[in-house]
Unconditional design. Structure first.
Length: 276
């Protein structure tokens, strides 16, 4: 009998930033595919809710509260995950925020820089290194996946730090893919366009808002967290064993036109005062 595709039975997974949005969707998708999952995030209430959902699927789950803005937090997190899981077969880096997205380049401070690069780049890099060390030492041909953004693939006016941090993560993906590949460890990334989460909910309050955002994409719809989760299931699976160092653009085909930040002047579907 042929084994099912994308099975994660007997796989142990750490999802960083799994309390909400894309990270939560990926954690639940992996659990449905058979994985046991440790979920890390800052908010304990969100963590407990996701853990309960995973356990309701019949899988084991652990809540690991963490503040990734603390320099030593990534290493400590991996140690706690190993204590809970026993080993890490798959690492998902999905932590981040957009709280300083629209301050404008002239308003950027060194504190902004430290926060954005600390949370997005330093945390993902150090978590990846510590997890990869554990895989190497145990002889595990593991997988590491980082959720970045199309904002790191195209110019990001008004979000210079966010875009630069995501671009750094895309570069880390290819570099770590080369380095860790010698130990059988694959490293990939997904760079989604805006997907429907609480982070952009205030921009989708009316039917006109939704139509405006959808019109930016050749597929004429807004992305969903399950779109990202499905890609994650493939990239971390045994079926993707020949895929590493890749950043997958996931934005409804818009990258095939003029890139993510295409701002038409003659016909702008974005209502005044709205930003995408």
């Amino acid at each position: 009998m042929t084994a099912p595709l994308f099975s994660y039975l007997d796989r142990r997974v750490l999802v960083v930033g799994g309390g909400r949005g894309i990270g939560r969707a990926v954690a639940l998708a992996l659990a449905r595919a058979g994985a046991d999952v440790a979920v890390a995030a800052r908010g304990r209430e969100q963590l407990d809710a996701v853990v309960a959902e995973i356990q309701a699927l019949g899988r084991q789950a652990w809540a690991l509260p963490v503040d990734l803005t603390e320099p030593g937090a990534p290493g400590d997190l991996v140690e706690r995950a190993l204590a809970a899981l026993g080993r890490i077969d798959v690492l998902i880096n999905s932590a981040g925020d957009t709280g300083r997205l629209e301050r404008g380049t002239f308003n950027v401070t060194t504190d902004d820089f430290d926060h954005v690069f600390g949370l997005h780049v330093r945390a993902a890099l150090m978590t990846s290194i510590r997890a990869a060390e554990s895989m190497r030492d145990r002889g595990i041909a593991g997988a590491i996946l980082t959720i970045t953004s199309v904002g790191g693939c195209f110019p990001s006016p008004g979000a210079v730090l966010y875009g630069a941090a995501k671009a750094a993560l895309n570069h880390l993906t290819s570099t770590l893919g080369m380095e860790f590949g010698t130990h059988g460890i694959r490293v990939n990334a997904i760079a989604p366009g805006p997907v429907e989460t609480e982070l952009i909910a205030d921009r989708l309050t009316t039917a006109e808002d939704r139509a405006a955002m959808a019109s930016f994409y050749p597929l004429n719809r807004i992305g969903h967290v399950d779109d990202v989760a499905a890609a994650a299931l493939y990239l971390c699976s045994a079926e993707a064993s020949w895929v590493s160092g890749v950043t997958l653009l996931l934005n409804g085909g818009q990258h095939a036109s003029n890139g993510m930040f295409r701002w038409p002047r003659t016909h702008n579907p974005v209502p005044p005062g709205r930003h995408i």
